[in-house]
Design a protein around this ligand. Structure first.
Ligand code: G6P
Ligand code: ZN
Length: 543
């Protein structure tokens, strides 16, 4: 193996966001772009010499090429071993599990999650640490610093490695171990859930669909649901991963998974349906004629997780990201569980999970997970739902109704304004920030503002501080509005407005959330001047 040292210079904008570095694929394909960032990862983690890494991605366009570059750079910088999913594939939760299972020092996941894939769409690279979770801010900060002084990188000059067959090959002194990306993960699922009960449910006439959206969960769901749990062939739809996800947007929400939602709202709907995203960490849950919001899903899972063998001993505590609805808090209160509120981004759950303070956590952005890995996990959430449905013998709608009757209902919706002018969006947030002190006591759309602040987080485990994590406006009667700029977009800015109101009146449980939230939606615009700042009269996405 010949090692080349390539002179380069810093490339602007290589700042890891909420979930790694995400850019247009063509940007990643520019000379030195990927290489600079990978070398910065090595520097940010204190070098890769002698280390064992896990490598895999969601199979999107450029996944295969990027894997070869990363392997050559790991070998040149002295890594001992890289464990790669066959075909350079690994779902995000499976990568997290593999890092933990094999005691690796960390891993690189190639994905832009739910963003579309293809040469004109998005690509991404994310570093996970030895606990299997996304690198904390401290590490991503060091990586970013390294990108700013990048002067040279090292890369091996070799042929491509054949990643299509299992086994171990060498690249210079480095071992490249190619593993089945699915079996370890599927085995883990069998330890957590009552596969017998789920199998019985699936053979009792209970019909389900899992929409893999032409992304990475296709093979995982086919193995687990169809092969190991005996669901009929065809249960998993759009099961073959494609580099451009079939031209779709692999984000499991009512907008991008509309065909599945339409099926579930139709007369002949199956009993249950779910979807996952590009890299397999998100989930959407549907019942016959009912859509379960991610926030409600999290609360239902927290209230019922003990019904699954992996959680039979109860939960140590729970956590949600700040913008996620407070339905979870109601469950925690009733069950005497500690409930933590963290900034957006799965990495903030890592310390709580590692310290054994929480077992289960989730976000409004369709992520739910537990201490079984250190990422959110789409298929895991689906299996927990199935285990609960099997155990309680209820339909999804009945389970939701029973949940609201016990805990009340938190109406919830997120309105996104995508690709808005970044300067305008920042200015709007800045104006809002300036008025925070004066909002309490004012009225907006007929509702009295109780309090307003900008969320900051002090990590109770390592004491780290995260500032400016979203603006919260609390309204009398339990309403809440949160304003935040997305940290995962690749074009302009995405303004997210999170809307919530609560009721304990059973007569209102059946209301449509957009109608139930009409007053809060009007108040959100009145307070921040959204329409004026963005020039939009309606959001692009409503979840
Ligand atoms: C990714 C992260 C999540 C986060 C979501 C939305 O999926 O893994 O933790 O909630 O993005 O982030 P954003 O900054 O776009 O609201
Ligand atoms: Zn994802």
């Amino acid at each position: 193996m010949r090692k080349l040292t390539i002179e380069t210079s810093p490339i602007e904008g290589q700042k890891p966001g909420t979930s790694g570095l995400r850019k247009k694929t063509r940007t990643f394909m520019e000379p030195h772009y990927l290489e600079n960032f990978v070398q910065s990862i090595w520097e940010g983690i204190g070098g890769v010499t002698g280390k064992t890494l896990v490598l895999g991605g969601d199979g999107r366009y450029f996944n295969d090429r990027a894997a070869q570059v990363i392997l050559r750079m790991a070998a040149a910088s002295g890594a001992a071993r890289v464990i790669v999913g066959q075909g350079a594939l690994l779902s995000t939760p499976a990568a997290s599990h593999l890092i933990r299972l094999r005691g690796a020092d960390g891993g690189i996941i190639m994905s832009a999650s739910h963003n579309p894939g293809g040469i004109d769409e998005d690509f991404g690279v994310k570093y996970n640490t030895a606990n299997g979770g996304p690198a904390p801010e401290e590490v991503t900060g060091r990586i970013f610093e390294a990108t700013k002084r990048m002067a040279r990188y090292e890369i091996a000059e070799t042929q491509d490695i054949d990643l299509s067959s299992l086994g171990t090959v060498t690249l210079g002194d480095m071992a490249v171990e190619i593993v089945d990306p699915i079996s370890d993960y599927a085995d883990l699922m069998e330890t957590l859930f009552d596969f017998g009960a789920i199998r019985a449910l699936l053979s009792s006439g209970f019909e389900m669909r899992f929409d893999a959206m032409h992304a990475i969960t296709g093979p995982y769901a086919t193995e687990v649901l169809e092969r190991r749990l005996g669901a009929p062939e065809g249960t998993v739809i759009n099961a073959v991963p494609l580099p451009d996800f079939g031209g779709g947007h692999p984000d499991p929400n009512p907008i991008w998974a509309k065909p599945l939602v339409d099926l579930m709202m139709s007369a002949g709907a199956p009993d249950f349906a779910a979807a996952s995203d590009g890299d397999g960490d998100r989930n959407m849950i549907l019942g016959r004629n009912v859509y379960v919001t991610p926030s409600d899903s999290l609360a239902v899972l927290a209230a019922n997780a003990h019904l699954a063998p992996g959680y039979a001993g109860g939960l140590k505590g729970v956590a949600r990201s700040m913008p996620t609805s407070r339905a979870l808090d109601r469950v925690a209160k009733a069950r005497g569980l500690d409930c933590y509120e963290t900034p957006t981004g799965w990495k903030f759950f890592g310390n709580l999970l590692d310290a054994g303070r929480i077992t289960l956590c989730g976000e409004e952005s369709a992520g739910t997970g537990s201490d079984h890995v250190r990422e959110k996990d789409g298929l895991w959430a689906v299996l927990l739902w199935l285990n609960i449905l099997a155990s309680r013998g209820m339909s999804v709608a009945e389970l939701l109704e029973a949940h609201w009757a016990e805990f009340g209902r938190n109406f919830y919706s997120r309105h996104d304004y995508e690709a808005v002018d970044a300067g305008e969006a920042e200015a709007m947030m800045e104006r809002l920030r300036g008025r925070l002190g004066a909002l309490a006591g004012e009225r907006a759309a007929g509702r009295v503002i109780e309090a307003a602040d900008e969320f900051a987080y002090d990590d109770p485990v390592d004491g780290s501080h995260a500032a400016a994590q979203g603006i919260r406006v609390l309204l009398e009667g339990g309403g809440r509005i949160v304003y935040r700029l997305s940290g995962t977009g690749t074009v302009g800015a995405t303004l997210r407005v999170y809307l919530e109101d609560v009721t304990e009146d059973p007569a209102r449980f059946g209301e449509d959330p957009q109608e139930a939230l009409a007053q809060i939606i009007a108040a959100a615009d009145e307070i921040a001047g959204i329409a004026k700042s963005t020039g939009r009269d309606a959001p692009d996405v409503r979840t």
